[in-house]
Write a protein of this length. Structure first.
Length: 262
């Protein structure tokens, strides 16, 4: 289980950059509008599912945009934190590819860096298609792995410190290009898929970034927490040296943002 508070102080600040974009870009696209009340029967607020909500950055953005939000996450700590921060949202534990919702329940779905973590992306998209109403929209983000300096520098530090390290293998690697993911969306029944790149600089205190990433306890860098203190400190020293060139301008980051509708 991830330390939700540590994740919120560290990695969630990185993922938060795309939260507003994920909601707003879909909402403003004339072909793929998410929060268009005129398209929702009875003029009610559109129902948005924030899948893999983490600490609730998308939930907060969607609530501010006027949506009625249901948020789910597999981690109890994330669920509790999101519910505490967003009392008007419906927050509950759940995980893809089996969601506890009826068919066509939501007007829109947003998933911020969750599709790259699920064990079966095709099954996950099929389930998301099931709970989305006809004409509804979906927005999903994932990292462009070879341009993720913010985490890559930590992996490089582990290697430079001489620690045997194999990052967790993810099946999503087979689908992580825009072309392959667009095909996967089509196979699940989604239409008019578009994928764009989102680039930014993640400006962060280097020492704090290290501390929060390690404390969060995620699987990618769990190897650091298993090391004796002197070895962990050696890795940290390598990291601080490798990260130093990014201290002023920030780490360059690149993500993909996919939009489609049912």
């Amino acid at each position: 289980m991830t330390d939700a508070e540590a994740y919120d102080r560290g990695f969630a600040r990185l993922t938060a950059h795309t939260a507003g974009l994920l909601v707003a870009s879909v909402a403003r696209d004339p072909a793929l509008r998410l929060l268009d009340v005129d398209r929702v029967a009875g003029g009610r607020a559109p129902r948005l599912l924030d899948v893999g909500c983490g600490t609730g950055v998308v939930t907060s953005a969607a609530l501010a945009a006027g949506a009625e939000v249901t948020a789910v996450d597999v981690d109890p700590g994330m669920v509790a934190l999101t519910a505490r921060r967003n009392p008007s949202a419906k927050v509950r534990p759940a995980a893809l590819p089996e969601l506890p919702f009826y068919d066509e329940q939501f007007d829109g779905i947003a998933g911020n860096f969750i599709i790259n973590h699920v064990p079966d992306a095709a099954a996950a998209l099929t389930e998301l298609h099931r709970v989305l109403r006809p004409g509804g929209t979906i927005g999903l983000t994932w990292w462009k792995a070879d341009e993720m300096t913010a985490t890559g520098v930590i992996a490089d530090a582990i290697a430079e410190a001489g620690i045997p390290y194999e990052p967790p293998v993810r099946s999503f690697t087979a689908h992580d290009t825009p072309e392959r993911f667009t095909s996967l969306l089509a196979e699940a029944g989604f239409r008019q898929a578009v994928v764009e790149e989102v680039r930014w600089r993640h400006r962060v205190d280097l020492a704090a970034w290290w501390t929060e990433i390690v404390l969060a306890g995620g699987p990618r860098f769990a190897v650091i927490g298993r090391q004796p203190p002197e070895v962990a400190e050696r890795i940290r020293a390598c990291y601080l040296r490798l990260a130093a060139p990014y201290e002023r301008a920030g780490f360059p980051v690149c993500a993909h943002l996919a939009r489609a509708h049912r």
